[in-house]
Design a protein around this ligand. Structure first.
Ligand SMILES: *[C@@H]1O[C@H](CO)[C@@H](O)[C@H](O)[C@H]1NC(C)=O
Ligand SMILES: *[C@@H]1O[C@H](CO)[C@@H](O)[C@H](O)[C@H]1NC(C)=O
Ligand SMILES: *[C@@H]1O[C@H](CO)[C@@H](O)[C@H](O)[C@H]1NC(C)=O
Ligand SMILES: *[C@@H]1O[C@H](CO)[C@@H](O)[C@H](O)[C@H]1NC(C)=O
Length: 597
């Protein structure tokens, strides 16, 4: 009997020797390595475990533990130090048996996803936030037995939508999207840095949808009425959402563009998305609510948006509009509510691209006092829906600047200097303070229209100091800064600013995806707007223009204040951040960064 068993095991031995087991394990997990496949026959045999040639004993330090007299080796939790070869040796008077494991510790994140044939899925992958992104990650599909093929995620932006697409090129977020999933897409995908560091592994399991029901909209009823128009909480709620949304947008934009000039109007983007929210239902509604930071049960959001727009009307020209394909029948209640809350009747696109382009551009020019003239270049005939937003603000200083005849030198991030026309005043009445939480010197200039311009000056002209301020600019920190500046008394300051004129068009399509709304581009539930089919958002544009000239309305008012001592000075002749704040509505109107005036 005994002989037979040993023979068996000899066969087993040969088999197991030739198949060193490769195991890929994730850090933090628990792994049990069995030594023998047949456990009972070797009760008196000695079992030795070795790791990288060294005996493992019960007293070994670290995370490996020998269990059941050596029948198992348990590693818990797995760390990078556990990588290597493990050998289990069984010895008795008659034989020796060796079993080995080769363990690779895989730090990448793993996801398992189920997807239906025909759907669109996102494969997640992120660079660590601490790293600099110099090249996109590489995506591979494993094709079995160590073979793999690289996916073409395409940096070349072609007109049509690619099936596999990198959502945010050169961003920390290296997520890709695969559209129109087929059964053959099932499998293991890995995302690696250019240096070969594994970042994530995604298992995809594609299934055929059980029954393909014909498309039908769920809820098509109009947006629910605002029950309490006089509520005291509605206005602060919108202000809070706006503040949170604004700083979220700024952090996305500054990351995608770490060094250039920036300008956007959070209130205008939020206005456009809220307008779209009016027609969104179910999952799309919730996604937009999350994106603009409003709670799900905030029925009065549109009513409050209207109040806000009315409040700001004297200083800010804000226009939001929806253009749609003439073959679509828009819901009448949506049209009515658009007029009611957004003063905008959705407009049908015209027959040719040229006509539509011209219509859109002249509408924008009209709404922005001709400050922005050509927002769109062309309109594709297949366009179903265009969401558009234009904003224009012409601020005037409460105190007039003296225009210095000479130009000054602005030091850029790289240390290069450029000549710029200056705004100068030797004793300007402004509020100035060092804001510790932001690590920035901040000056507040009063503007007409009950608004203020805040200029945040980092400690030096370097990118590091600029980034340090930007990283600290959370919603809370900005509100604290505004409170601090409100209680700081104004003083006479020698002010030197570059003349600012910015006209920036941030990439709204990327921004929309960053806001968690990439589903809008794939097929959104806009049943409150159109109920016959899923809608696809084609394009979203935002363009912001801001000009501050030397003109003031209270010319010379400050010159009556006289001090005999020398004045503190504030000179923004190096990269700075600016915040145009409505004191009246307590919301940011524009946020920008000037690195190259
Ligand atoms: C490992 O353990 C075996 C059995 O206890 C012993 O014979 C051997 O000398 C040990 N090897 C080392 C390197 O300690
Ligand atoms: C729009 O409505 C009209 C009238 O109700 C109808 O005849 C037409 O088929 C509808 N269009 C589409 C694209 O469904
Ligand atoms: C939309 O407004 C028009 C004109 O005020 C009105 O006749 C119509 O009944 C309204 N439709 C809906 C669905 O509210
Ligand atoms: C915009 O259009 C309206 C109506 O046609 C007109 O009264 C107004 O003067 C226009 N504004 C500009 C800046 O062109």
């Amino acid at each position: 009997m005994r002989l037979q068993a040993i023979l068996c095991l000899f066969l087993l031995l040969i088999f197991e020797l030739s198949s060193c087991t490769h195991l890929r394990v994730i850090p933090g997990s628990t792994v049990d390595l069995p030594c023998l496949s047949i456990q009972t026959e070797f009760t008196e045999a000695a079992i030795i475990w070795k790791f990288k040639g060294e005996n493992i004993t019960a007293q070994s330090p670290g995370t490996t533990k020998i269990k059941k007299d050596g029948l198992y080796l348990t590693i818990s939790p797995v760390t990078a130090a556990n990588e290597g070869e493990y050998v289990c040796l069984v010895r008795d008077a008659n034989m020796e048996m060796i079993r080995s494991y080769d363990i690779t510790v895989d730090a990448s994140v793993r996801y398992t996803m189920k997807a239906f044939k025909g759907s669109t899925i996102q494969l997640l992958c992120n660079f660590p936030l601490s790293s600099q992104v110099e090249a996109n990650a590489l995506w591979f599909k494993e094709t079995g037995l160590g073979e793999r093929t690289q996916l073409n995620t395409g940096d070349d932006s072609t007109d049509g939508k690619r099936r596999v697409e990198q959502l945010y090129p050169l961003d920390h977020d290296q997520t890709i999207v695969i559209r129109d999933i087929v059964i053959e897409d099932s499998g293991i995908y890995t995302c690696e840095s250019a240096e070969g560091e594994k970042l994530s592994t995604v298992y995809i399991d594609v299934e055929v949808r059980p029954t393909s029901a014909p498309y039908s909209c769920g809820i098509t009823t109009p947006w629910e009425p605002c029950q309490d128009e006089n509520s005291r909480t509605g206005e602060p709620m919108l202000q809070e959402s706006m503040g949170e949304f604004s700083m979220k947008l700024y952090s996305y934009l500054r990351q995608s563009q770490p060094s250039g000039n920036l300008l956007f109007s959070p209130i205008s983007i939020s206005g456009a998305l809220s307008h779209l929210l009016l027609g969104a239902r179910d999952d799309t509604r919730r996604a937009i609510e999350r994106a603009v930071c409003v709670p799900h049960d905030f029925h009065c959001v549109h009513f409050q948006m209207r109040k806000l727009r009315e409040k700001l009307a004297s200083s800010l020209q804000m226009a939001s509009q929806i253009f749609y394909n003439p073959q679509m029948n828009l819901s009448e209640s949506f049209t009515n509510q658009s007029i009611q809350f957004y003063e905008a009747e959705p407009v049908k696109l015209l027959e040719t691209s040229e006509e539509s382009t011209q219509m859109i551009n002249s509408w924008v020019a009209n709404k922005t006092n001709n400050k922005i003239k050509d927002l769109v270049d062309s309109v594709s005939p297949s366009t179903q829906l265009i969401l558009l937003n234009a904003v224009s603000f012409s601020g005037q200083w409460k105190v007039k600047f003296q225009q210095k005849p000479k130009k000054g030198l602005f030091t850029k991030l790289d240390g290069d200097m450029v000549k710029v026309p200056l705004l100068y005043h030797n004793k300007y009445l402004a509020t100035m303070a060092y804001v510790i939480e932001l690590k920035a010197q901040v000056a507040r200039f009063a503007l007409t229209g009950d608004s203020s311009l805040y200029i945040l000056l980092p400690r030096s002209n370097t990118a590091t100091d600029l980034q340090q301020v930007e990283e600290k600019m959370t919603d809370t920190a900005v509100h604290q800064m505004i409170e601090q500046m409100k209680i700081t008394p104004p003083q006479s300051v020698e002010v030197t600013l570059p003349q600012i004129k910015l006209d920036v068009q941030p990439d709204m399509n990327i921004l929309i995806k960053k806001l968690g709304l990439s589903s809008l581009f794939e097929g959104a539930n806009l049943c409150g707007l159109y109920s016959e089919d899923r809608l696809v958002l084609d394009d979203a544009k935002h363009r912001a223009f801001l000009a501050l000239t030397e003109q003031g309305v209270e010319a010379g008012a400050v010159t009556t204040v006289s001090f005999s001592r020398s004045f503190p000075s504030f000179s923004a002749l190096r990269p700075f951040i600016m915040l145009l704040w409505s004191d009246q509505a307590n919301v940011p109107l524009f946020i920008g960064r000037v690195t190259d005036p």
